[in-house]
Design a protein around this ligand. Sequence first.
Ligand SMILES: Cc1ncc(COP(=O)(O)O)c(C=O)c1O
Length: 414
Amino acid sequence: MSELAVFGGTPIRTEPYPKWPVYDQRDIQAITDVITSGHWGGYPYPGPQTAEFARLFAEMQGGGYAVPMANGTVTMEVALRAVDIGWGDEVIAPAYTFQATAAAVMSAGAIPVIVDVDPETYCIDPKSIQSAITPRTKAILPVHLGAEMADMDAVTELAEEHNLVVVEDCAHAHGAKWRNKGAGTIGHFGSFSLQSSKTLTTGEGGVLLCRTQMLASKAASLIDCGRPHDEAGMLVTMGANYRMTELQAALGIIGLERFPDQAKHREKSAAYMDEALSEVPGVRILKCDPRLTTRSFYQYVFAIDPKVFKVKHDAVCYALEKEGIPCEVGYEAMHHYELFQPILSRLPVPSAFPAYFEFSKMSFPVAERACESDAVWLDESIFRAGKKGVDDVILALKKILANANELAQALIDK
Ligand SMILES: Cc1ncc(COP(=O)(O)O)c(C=O)c1O
């Protein structure tokens, strides 16, 4: 019989990795307190839990004015709208991200201009940003992907040179720091998702970190049906209800209590993973940039060499899963992404500016290669399972490598 679990062999790991999200009596008590208070929703905004969560979140991230919201997509739309970026303006975003990054740009009425990523980090490539800047460019939307951060020195320099707004998509980057500055506090805005898979979660939810109090007031107004949130009560705008509820914020406060300890564990395991993976043939770990002073581990992304593994990343991930290792191939490149078909859905922006959405004419080789053959995303739970959690990943990869011919042959036979 084959050694590989995918062909009926014994899996490397049978014990499940720890579940996410985690909770304890504190969460239950916090939710009970909100329920009995009668103040469940987000109005009037911010409620006491939401205001406290905002304060603690900004403190944890190391700056900015936090505005909690419904999710980590509207956060980006609101950021753009708060600085009057809208109809026909261009916003540069990377090809390797969740579709929400580009969808939020279109919800604001602006045009997502997709560019390639850096092969060493899989985050937006500053050279590609430079060549995509036009007189219509108004903002850059770097995404801090997996455990990496975009090169914020280069992004900031380009933004200053061309007078552009920077909205950091920090959906994966809670607690991450670049040159000891928190993700989301370097650009004008930092957009965080608190959706249930994220390392800080309120079930659903998001937070927008704003550089100034004035921007935060505008953002609060936009998510609170246009009600004024500036001190003078003068700033009135057209808004909608994107408020965070008190129930969500209460979970966020408890989540923040646990976060530093969890982050420490993940960092320790990930440092061990870096070392161990570096010794596996056909595996390339992403750049450990010394400027990225604190990493955060929503997912740990690495690249395989399909020539060495004799199969692409989807077969490796499938075999890893069967060995008991939770992982995935990650996103598709934005221009190939099934979910990202804005022309088909007849959205206003692609209908009005179709030339920007001719995906068949676009080529982003680095993102395409990551998405189609190389990238493997290891689940965050692996990094809460101690040394053995990491060792099992390495054993499983080595086992797959040792049986690569059999895996490749099975795909040919299929
Ligand atoms: C990179 C990125 N940006 C934005 C989002 C959107 O966040 P949400 O699901 O909270 O709207 C996600 C969520 O998975 C994401 O991974």
